[in-house]
Design a protein around this ligand. Structure first.
Ligand code: PRP
Ligand code: URA
Length: 213
């Protein structure tokens, strides 16, 4: 739990901490950065999906038939916030290969730091799915709030939001706007700087994943 927000989980696993430290290093190149983002997403997904509903199905073992629990992957939607959230999708799909994937295209305006929308498409029916929104960085929280607004406007209800690094400002803004979602954070950082970048952070996640500047 973080502050009084019961739905905020800060993951404390040493493997996640170690890999986030490697991400932060400015000498970590694009290829390694991309792999680390995917691995961290998978480790975070293991925790974030621990309450996924299962249904009993009949399986025949070499010994006998039995009813045994399985996850209904078709009831899950992974929704990355473009661009950087794309880097986390493979890690979640490695756990739940039959999940559907939506996209929300948002880009922060460099002066106002507020998000501008450029593309959105969600799998249907979205209201019946557990929705995992991915974005490695939760800075001011503007992009996260806009993404969850969009999903709710389209009927989404059960929303889990996964961020690798978050600033306190972003958590406060997101949870004030959407106290009903479940938020999973890999590491809580200190604050934002004057350009609304997370400190110490890792720089621009999208640029580091895709090798742009
Ligand atoms: C980054 C990041 C988040 C957003 C976080 O995306 O991936 O989506 O900023 O900042 P916020 O919490 O202040 O809204 P950016 O807008 O740089 O786009 P990109 O992923 O295409 O680089
Ligand atoms: N977006 C990023 O990619 N990094 C930050 O530190 C803040 C927003």
């Amino acid at each position: 739990m973080y502050k009084n927000f019961e739905n905020v989980t800060i993951l404390e696993h040493p493997l996640i901490k170690h890999k986030i430290s490697m991400l932060r290093d400015k000498n970590t190149g694009t290829n390694e950065f991309r792999s680390l983002v995917e691995e961290i997403a998978m480790l975070m997904g293991y925790e974030a999906l621990r309450d996924l509903p299962t249904e009993d199905v009949e399986i025949e073992t070499p010994i006998e038939k039995c009813m045994t629990p399985m996850i209904e992957g078709r009831k899950l939607a992974v929704v990355p916030i473009l661009r950087a959230g794309l880097g986390m999708v493979g890690g979640i799909l490695a756990l739940t290969p039959s999940a559907k994937v939506g996209h929300i295209g948002l880009c922060r305006n460099e002066e106002t730091h507020e998000p501008e929308e450029y593309y959105c498409k969600l799998p249907t029916p979205i209201d019946e799915r557990v929705i995992v929104v991915t974005d490695p960085m939760l800075a001011t929280g503007g992009s996260a709030v806009a993404a969850v607004n969009f999903i709710k406007q389209h009927g989404g209800k059960k929303i889990k939001f996964m961020s690798i690094i978050a600033a306190p400002e972003g958590i406060d803004r997101l949870m004030a706007a959407h106290p009903d979602i479940q938020l999973y954070i890999g590491q809580l950082d200190r604050c934002l700087n004057d350009d609304a970048y997370i400190c110490p952070g890792l720089g621009d996640a999208g640029d580091r994943i895709f090798g742009t500047k």
